[in-house]
Design a protein around this ligand. Structure first.
Ligand code: GLN
Length: 494
């Protein structure tokens, strides 16, 4: 067997004493060594620490009964890990070692999971290809000359290449679902507030959400139960009850109504993506689901609204990286005394040089855009207007959910593109997000599951979007599709 198997297989074996957590961990570390030179999925590998926590699972019988006992996990490198470098794939945080763990990290370790490393991503999660990393690109395990999607590309590649059965990513406008689709795996963005964001290096706080990338829907359900829940450290985390999501997956849901926004899908969708999407709907229909036409009249505004809201929030969130509080500081060119300037000028020069040298081009572009839309005189025209249209987009979904249980669309309009292909054209890159950003703007849970391959053997993803806090129905719908298809069983050969 290549890889250690699914999350469910690993934890069942560890619980039953069929495999040792330490052996599994060693196998994962060996696989990283064997294949990550080709992929570039990891920024940091925490082999020693992982082996120590695996040993604790083997040594203490009570740890071996935990819900994620011995399950190796890779974490996107924008999730804070105490004592372990956390970079957000930015030069400005290249040597940053957080003094605390993100809440999801605490939850995972309490559940018996073993953290094996930190994965590459677009700098501060800004991008759709994982090419905007200060530490090099990650390659798609299905085609090494192609992008893995982004921004959680390292996490998606690690799971698709069967390195770890579980990885966490963050999704601000599609960064879990889109790389999951492009790498042929499952990616779940929970409802806004479902999972604590404490310890996630913020990109756009009203959109960011942490979620799992896995090989199967059941694994996504198991992972979500472990990381979800109210957290006193995140005021936006919700006091909703956390169900046993995996227990909710049994057979086909009786009367599933699936909304299909046909008008949205007429233009700009690759023909092979379209065909795979239609077959996926057919599979669901054959097994009892009802397909219902829905309209989302404001969907066309989702990309501009998203790029106004996300950049505005990013410009504010990233103001904290100034060379004083965190990470990298540029050496001052001249001291104030030498140049006859005031101390104040010197400090400003240090801020400027730190940010000029520390941030990459896409992050700078977003800070400038965001600062512009928030500035006096433009605020009403851009930021306020985008918030108003955001409400209309949310209401589109509220209306649709009066008639249907989930809304279906492709995850990405295109399969994985070639490395470098869209890098010089940010607008083309932004268009890869047309189907994912609206779930973030509306705060809704959404999942991507494998639903086919192109003739060039590139994976295609089906996206399902659910009602607020109704991950149970969303997962049941995704599971119904998975049970009647075999796409998720395919793995790339490396
Ligand atoms: N691709 C989108 C962007 O560049 C979404 C990124 C994300 O979800 N973190 O902003």
């Amino acid at each position: 067997m290549i890889g250690v198997g699914t999350l469910r297989e690993v934890r069942d074996d560890v619980r039953a004493g069929r495999r040792k957590a330490t052996d599994i961990c060693e196998q994962v570390v060996a696989r990283i060594k064997a294949v990550d030179g080709k992929l570039g999925a990891f920024n940091t590998v925490t082999a020693e620490r992982a082996l120590a926590s695996a040993a604790a699972v083997d040594r203490h019988p009570e740890r071996a009964t935990l819900p994620l006992a011995g399950v190796p996990v890779a974490l996107k490198d924008n999730l804070s890990t105490r004592g372990v470098r956390t970079t957000a794939s930015s030069k400005i945080l290249e040597h940053f070692v957080p003094p605390y763990d993100a809440t999801v990290v605490t939850h995972l370790e309490r559940a018996g999971a073993v953290i094996v490393g930190k994965t590459n991503c677009d700098e501060f999660a800004m991008g759709s290809s994982t090419e905007n990393s200060a530490f090099g690109v990650t390659r798609n395990p299905w085609a090494l000359d192609r992008i893995p999607g982004g921004s959680s590309g390292g996490s998606a590649a690690a799971v698709a290449a069967q390195i770890t059965p579980l990885a966490l990513g963050s999704d601000t406008g599609g960064s879990i679902r889109q790389p999951a689709a492009m790498c042929g795996i499952v990616g779940l963005k929970p409802t806004y507030g479902r999972v604590s964001r404490y310890g996630l290096l913020a990109f756009a706080s009203s959109l960011d959400q942490i979620g799992p990338l896995t090989q199967t829907v059941e694994d996504a359900a198991l992972a979500l139960s472990a990381i979800a829940g109210l957290d006193a450290a995140d005021a936006t985390s919700a006091p909703e009850h956390v169900p046993d999501y995996a227990a909710g997956l049994n057979g086909d849901p009786p009367t599933l109504k699936i909304g299909v926004p046909r008008a949205l899908l007429d233009e700009g969708v690759d023909a092979e993506v379209s065909a795979a999407f239609n077959s996926a709907l057919e599979v669901l229909r054959e097994h009892g689901a009802r397909l219902v036409d829905v309209t989302l009249p404001y969907a066309g505004a989702a990309i501009p609204v998203y790029y106004l809201v996300a950049t505005a929030e990013a410009s504010s969130n990233l103001a904290r990286y100034d060379g004083v509080r965190y990470g990298f500081r540029a050496a001052a060119a001249r001291s104030a005394a030498q140049s006859g300037q005031t101390m104040h000028d010197d400090l400003r020069a240090m801020y400027g040089a730190t940010r000029a040298q520390g941030f990459g081009p896409e992050v700078k572009r977003r800070i400038m855009l965001g600062t512009y839309v928030l500035s006096a005189g433009y605020y009403d025209a851009y930021y306020l207007k985008s918030q108003q249209v955001r409400t209309l987009i949310r209401q589109d979904y509220e209306r649709a959910f009066e008639h249907v249980d989930v809304v279906a669309m492709p995850t990405s309009p295109i399969p994985a593109f070639k490395l470098g292909e869209r890098l010089s054209d940010p607008l083309q890159m932004y268009l890869a997000d047309v189907f994912t950003v609206s779930a973030n703007l509306a705060g809704l849970p959404a999942i991507s599951v494998p639903c086919g391959f192109t003739s060039a053997n590139l994976p295609i993803g089906l996206q399902l979007i659910g009602r607020m806090f109704d991950e149970t129905t969303l997962l049941a719908a995704a599971y119904a599709h998975e049970r009647h298809t075999e796409w998720w069983k395919r793995h790339p050969t490396l």
